[in-house]
Design a protein around this ligand. Structure first.
Ligand SMILES: NC(=O)c1ccc[n+]([C@@H]2O[C@H](COP(=O)([O-])OP(=O)(O)OC[C@H]3O[C@@H](n4cnc5c(N)ncnc54)[C@H](OP(=O)(O)O)[C@@H]3O)[C@@H](O)[C@H]2O)c1
Length: 230
């Protein structure tokens, strides 16, 4: 049975990842910052017959990530999905919330590195050896024609660079690291006007995740497997 660890598993894409991977027979370690109020995740776990383990994790707190590493010391992880993300507050040139920028960098950029550090041995012990960072096309410099969104764009472009460095650093351990853009998806973040539903995005990303190998490490792909320009 494959072990899949997902952050931000209580709603949006993280919840749908958890649903689909548990239905596919994987064991899901579903991390979220407030397990007590994660009602939909709890309901999924209840019906999953033990396939979903819920663990509290605020990814912007490095000590919590270190504790997660200690708690999972003897557990192999096949696929790590760094999904938890935040959009940030006001971010036009006219008005920028710098406190929110700092918090968003912790969540979107620092956390995937800290989690990779904490769970490296777990991934080495796994058979799939795969880290998936959920990024955004808004972190593509090539694609930026509309400007603004300083907080979100900078956190995701930095996540893309982090993905590449992790891919280089972990290649000798046989760990593949990729960044995937999930599409513009109808979640709290994507909004009602987004183009696709979460189930379509996750089906697409699961196929990409299934198909990638070490030779693809360091790539920036979309949920259909298309390469995105940096
Ligand atoms: N939806 C889109 O169109 C779209 C497009 C491109 C990329 N993405 C990326 O896809 C990922 C998932 O987005 P989504 O659309 O599912 O967003 P969402 O509906 O807003 O959900 C965000 C998730 O991240 C969690 N999270 C945020 N900060 C956290 C922290 N410090 N610790 C732990 N969990 C935290 C949230 O937990 P709480 O409930 O506790 O806040 C929630 O589970 C994000 O990385 C996002 O940037 C989304």
């Amino acid at each position: 049975m494959q072990n899949v660890l997902i952050t931000g598993a209580n709603r949006g894409l993280g919840l749908e990842f958890t649903k689909q991977y548990s239905e596919a027979g994987c064991k899901v370690i579903a991390c979220c910052r407030n397990p007590e109020s994660a009602e939909r995740l709890q309901a999924l776990a209840l019906f999953s017959k033990g396939q979903i383990q819920i663990i509290g994790l605020n990814v912007s707190v490095i000590d919590e990530i270190k504790e997660l590493g200690l708690r999972l010391k003897d557990t192999h992880i096949d696929i790590l999905i760094n999904n938890a993300g935040s959009f940030g507050g006001k971010q036009t040139l006219a008005e920028i919330d710098y406190q929110s920028w700092s918090e968003t960098l912790k969540t979107n950029t620092f956390a995937p590195v800290a989690i990779a550090q904490a769970l490296k041995e777990n991934l080495i012990a796994g058979s799939r050896k795969l880290i998936v960072n959920i990024t955004s096309k808004m972190g593509s410099i090539d694609d930026n024609k509309s400007g603004s969104y300083y907080i979100y764009r900078s956190s995701k472009v930095a996540l893309n660079m982090v993905t590449k460095s992790l891919a280089v650093d972990l290649q000798k351990e046989g760990i593949t690291v990729i960044a995937i853009h999930p599409g513009w998806v109808k979640t709290d973040m994507g909004g009602k006007g987004a183009s696709i539903q979460a189930d379509e995005s996750i089906q697409g990303m699961r196929k990409v995740i299934e198909d990638v190998c070490l030779a693809d490490s360091g790539q920036f792909l979309d949920f259909k497997g298309q390469v995105i320009e940096w």
